[in-house]
Write a protein that binds this ligand. Structure first.
Ligand SMILES: *Cc1c(COP(=O)(O)O)cnc(C)c1O
Length: 379
């Protein structure tokens, strides 16, 4: 079996995807055009925000947001310590300073209590200006936006939702990628909504920021392409990817998010009492299950478990093995007092299982039986 079976999805959707691709090929338009415009409208509708601007990938999407806000040298941006590298990389890329904040052990997302502490420490030190928070919807679960938004309001911080994994999730019916002042997602193939290459999008209700993001994404264009009013980048979503995403978004919205939630419930049922810490459910929250991530119990050798599972034909992944504050690229970054002990522990304990809307109940049973068996053998 595969860790994420993109082939199964293609087999289910191939008639429509093939037609969409061929239509673009015969249209001769490969940058911009109808599919890109239509996709932006559909994405904005789905998320429930005014503007969607597509771009080349989820990392650019984050950076474009920071550029639109003019975040730069001397600014502090608060980022969870447990996330994919991009969430912090973009902060350094615009020459601001990332401040890594510990996460909650059960949601995997930034801990609002530790966030507020970190903001106060940076303010008291007086060297950096707290400007923004990057909140990540890790593994598909929206971050604690009620608490985070409150902190941002109180300290006048901009909120950037990194919804690269969270697209499709919700809190009380409000969709992921609508919680930030600006929110972003990624269409990397293995994300909840993936294309067949790289892609990303920026979401906001703010007219001015949307216009700035559009400009920065196309060489800082002004009134037209050859009028350049600021230094930007070249970050566009290909027409081909937009056409593919139009087909995939329809399936995603109509059944894939529901199906992946059903797979998560199968895992819950099959793994209860196994000794693994299972993903916790939060009242009112819906996850898009970018990953189904368990924590191995103390004393269990995760590397040996992974190797034995591989022998039994079960692929697993470790997202993520290293806290952000330990990445060499961030050497010398701002250290939060108290450190990030929860992240350090999670990096040792997490294990992500095969997941996706096309996983069958028989797959879940096979994975779960292999897990239980291997764990008994190892202890
Ligand atoms: C994948 C990912 C990104 C970056 O997306 P790309 O499209 O690969 O650039 C950013 N943040 C998180 C949390 C991600 O998982």
């Amino acid at each position: 079996m595969q860790f994420r079976d993109l082939g199964a999805q293609y087999r289910a959707l191939h008639h429509d995807i093939d037609r969409a691709v061929l239509d673009v090929m015969s249209s001769g338009q490969f940058i911009g055009g109808g599919p890109v415009r239509e996709l932006e409208e559909r994405l904005a509708d789905y998320v429930g925000v005014k503007h969607c601007v597509t771009c080349a990938n989820g990392t650019d999407a984050l950076q474009l947001a920071l550029m639109a806000w003019g975040v730069g040298p001397g600014d502090a941006v608060f980022v969870p310590d447990f996330t994919f590298f991009s969430s912090g990389e973009v902060v350094s890329a615009v020459e601001a300073t990332p401040v890594f904040v510990d996460v909650d052990a059960r949601s995997f997302n930034i801990d609002p209590v530790r966030l507020e502490e970190a903001v106060c420490v940076v303010k008291a030190e007086g060297k950096l200006v707290p400007r923004a928070v990057v909140a990540v919807d890790l593994f598909g679960l929206p971050a604690d936006y009620p608490a985070i938004s409150e902190i941002c309001r109180a300290h006048q911080l901009l909120l950037l939702e990194d919804g690269a994994q969270g697209f499709g999730g919700s809190i009380g019916g409000k969709m992921a990628c609508s919680f930030g002042d600006i929110s972003t997602t990624s269409f990397f193939p293995a994300k909840p909504l993936g294309c067949y290459g790289d892609g990303g999008a920026v979401f906001t209700d703010d007219d001015e920021w949307a216009a700035l993001v559009r400009s920065y994404a196309v060489h800082g264009k002004g009134s037209m392409k050859y009028d350049n009013v600021r230094v930007g980048m070249n970050s566009r979503l290909d027409t081909l990817q937009a056409a593919i995403l139009l087909v995939k978004l329809a399936a995603f919205a109509s059944y894939e998010v529901g199906d992946v939630n059903r797979v998560a419930r199968w895992y819950d049922g099959a793994l209860v009492g196994s000794g693994l810490v299972l993903p916790k459910r939060f009242e009112g929250y819906t996850s898009s299950w970018a990953q189904y991530t368990v924590q191995v119990p103390e004393g269990c050798n995760r590397a040996a478990l992974q190797a034995a599972l591989k022998e039994r034909g079960v692929p697993t992944m470790v997202y993520y093995p290293k806290p952000m504050h330990e990445q060499k690229a961030f050497e010398g970054a701002f250290e939060c007092p108290g450190g990030c002990p929860v992240t350090e522990r999670l990096c040792e304990a997490v294990l992500s299982l095969p997941m996706g809307p096309y996983v069958m109940q028989t797959d879940v049973d096979m994975v779960s039986a292999a897990l239980r068996k291997t764990m008994t053998e190892l202890t």
